[in-house]
Design a protein around this ligand. Structure first.
Ligand SMILES: Cc1cc2nc3c(=O)[nH]c(=O)nc-3n(C[C@H](O)[C@H](O)[C@H](O)COP(=O)(O)OP(=O)(O)OC[C@H]3O[C@@H](n4cnc5c(N)ncnc54)[C@H](O)[C@@H]3O)c2cc1C
Length: 413
């Protein structure tokens, strides 16, 4: 039976980063993924902040597009355009990103095994189903990077994220309306409880998808969206789920969870590559050092939870409050809110301060602009009164800014 210091279950972007950071500590690290390592066709729009590539330590080979703004469609079809002079986001080739991350992990010394499904058979014990054989392995620390329905979390009795959205996405052959802009659609008839998107991807291709409250027939909604706005040949069609809210506990004796398994996504947008990446580096390091020191109980591993909470915990909690406030609004209120935002001075402030990784920063910057208060005041009844807004504002005011290594550097953020 092979013994490892750290075993990472799941070779998505977050597992690959966690494994690389574990191996960098000198820990003997195994990474297993049931797929071929490409995650294709990915159930992901691949839209991230430009700083994500440097955070993950990858080249720009997987970069497909630079994005400068968004066209927002209200429930009745009115459009609000937010366009920045600077690049605000990038669109990635998810397959290329994943392959590069796994290559980097292998180069760092990780034993990477594709087409291998892992099961936990006991404390520190794994059963690995490979295409041609079954084998057992031991690991001092198991990292669950196995996605939103984490087997590792359930086997180690760790809680799941509190809620999930149902999601679906099609890649179609069609030119984007504007090649440097994404389109966002709101409304109960389009995507109840969240939003729909169209993201320009490879040449002549668009990723059109939506997420909505669980139980919604997302496939029918996607077909409606495609036929109304984006007729074109469908190349791929994938479904998935998006966790909203972090798991109440992310470590236990001998195991920790990271990425979608831990719900470390931004609740306002459903983006999880940047936030999961921040946590994956910490997860790998802590798991590596803990296993080498043979201190693998929760007492040591909980340092991972302290550190990721310290880095992005507040921002994710703000995101959850904002998610609850925004995505419970009726269509009438969304319409009214977008009409208020659609004023030159507010749009200008959004393009200036907006940061897709740190929506709390936008909120605090807007709050600090007293000249905008009269224009923003009508948002209070829309958002649900002083109580909800007060909660959000309190959070924003008490929030720390992102630490230096995650702060936007000039235009790339
Ligand atoms: C429709 C949609 C669009 C999205 N768009 C964006 C976006 O534009 N930007 C963004 O930042 N985020 C986006 N996300 C979220 C993003 O895709 C995830 O946050 C990200 O993929 C999380 O990575 P992960 O490595 O934690 O999990 P995953 O990518 O889910 O990887 C988990 C891996 O674990 C493997 N696995 C599971 N169980 C086992 C097992 N027992 N044994 C072996 N292997 C196993 C799976 O095969 C998989 O490869 C989107 C999500 C959805 C659903």
């Amino acid at each position: 039976m092979n013994s490892y210091d750290v075993a990472v279950i799941g070779g998505g972007p977050i597992g690959a980063v966690a494994a690389r950071y574990a191996a960098a500590t000198g820990a003997r690290t195994l990474l297993v993924d049931q797929g071929d390592g490409s995650c294709e066709p990915a159930c992901c729009a691949g839209l991230v902040s430009p700083r994500t590539l440097s955070l993950l330590g990858t080249s720009s080979a997987c970069l497909l597009r630079e994005i400068r703004g968004a066209i927002i469609h209200s429930p009745t079809g009115k459009q609000t355009e937010i366009l920045s002079k600077k690049m605000r986001a990038i669109v990635l080739d998810r397959g290329a990103l994943n392959r590069e991350l796994l290559k980097l992990a292998a180069q760092a010394g990780v034993e990477v095994r594709h087409h291998t499904r892992a099961a936990i058979t006991g404390q520190a014990r794994l059963h690995l189903s490979e295409p041609s054989k079954q084998r057992e392995a031991k690991a001092r620390v198991v990292i669950g990077a196995d996605g939103p329905r984490s087997m590792v979390a359930s086997r180690f009795s760790l809680p799941s994220p509190p809620t999930f959205l149902a999601a679906v996405q099609a890649t179609i052959v069609r030119e984007a309306r504007a090649s440097e802009m994404v389109e966002i659609f709101f409304g109960a008839k389009v995507a109840p409880g969240f939003f729909a998107w169209a993201v320009p991807a490879e040449q002549h291709q668009l990723r059109v998808g939506l997420a909505a409250t669980q139980g919604t027939d997302v496939n029918t909604l996607l077909n409606n969206l495609l036929s109304q706005h984006f007729p074109g040949q469908v190349i791929s069609h994938v479904g998935g789920i998006i966790p909203i809210g972090v798991a109440a506990q992310t470590t236990t004796d001998g195991a920790l969870i990271v990425g979608d398994a831990a719900g470390q996504l931004k609740p306002t947008s459903g983006g999880g590559i940047y936030t999961g990446g921040v946590c994956a580096k910490i997860a790998g390091e802590i798991a590596g050092y803990a296993s080498l020191a043979e201190k693998t109980t929760d007492e040591t591993l909980i340092e991972y939870e302290r550190r990721w909470q310290d880095k992005i915990g507040k921002e994710l909690r703000f995101g959850l409050l904002a998610h609850r406030a925004l995505y419970s609004l009726s269509d009438v209120k969304i319409e009214a809110g977008l009409a208020i935002i659609n004023q030159p001075s507010i749009l200008q402030a959004i393009t200036e301060y907006g940061d897709i990784d740190y929506p709390g920063m936008l909120a605090s910057s807007l709050l600090s602009r007293q000249d905008l208060w009269p224009r923003l005041l009508p948002l209070i009844p829309v958002v649900g009164g002083w109580e909800k807004l007060g909660n959000l504002a309190q959070f924003v005011i008490s929030s720390e800014q992102p630490s230096q290594d995650h702060k936007p550097k000039n235009s790339d953020g």
